[in-house]
Design a protein around this ligand. Structure first.
Ligand SMILES: [Zn+2]
Length: 124
């Protein structure tokens, strides 16, 4: 147990050698090698995010995680496009609403991960 590394469930992937996790930082799915332990989040470039600790679970990726990932990707793209057009037009409207949605999603991703880990340890 290391409190510095939040635990995330690593789901079965289409490829035997990899696992998929729902990232608690960006709410998107990341793919890692299928072995347990600490990993650097793929979204953390230069952000100095703490590593997460993958706990492998023997269940396929739940549809709920796919939905959270899809919504997070949509929001990140919207934000990216807005920032791009702000650079061109010079006009600036606050992105707060989108940032709030992204942080709500991150909360949902965290709750989802905790629930799965709770269910899995229940079965043992
Ligand atoms: Zn991420």
């Amino acid at each position: 147990m290391n409190e510095k590394h939040p635990k995330v469930p690593g789901f079965l992937d289409d490829y035997a050698g990899t696992t998929r996790i729902l990232c608690l930082y960006c709410s998107r799915l990341h793919r890692h090698g299928r072995s347990p332990g600490n990993r650097v989040p793929h979204c953390g470039d230069g952000k100095d995010l703490p590593e997460y600790d993958i706990v492998l679970v023997d269940i396929s990726l739940p549809i709920e995680a796919v939905r959270i990932d899809r919504e997070a990707r949509r929001l990140h793209k919207v934000l990216q496009n807005r920032r791009h057009s702000i650079r061109i037009t010079g006009s600036s409207k606050p992105d707060t609403a989108y940032e709030q949605e992204i942080s709500d999603l991150a909360e949902a991703a965290g709750e989802f991960n905790e629930r799965i880990l709770g269910e899995v340890s229940h079965e043992e």
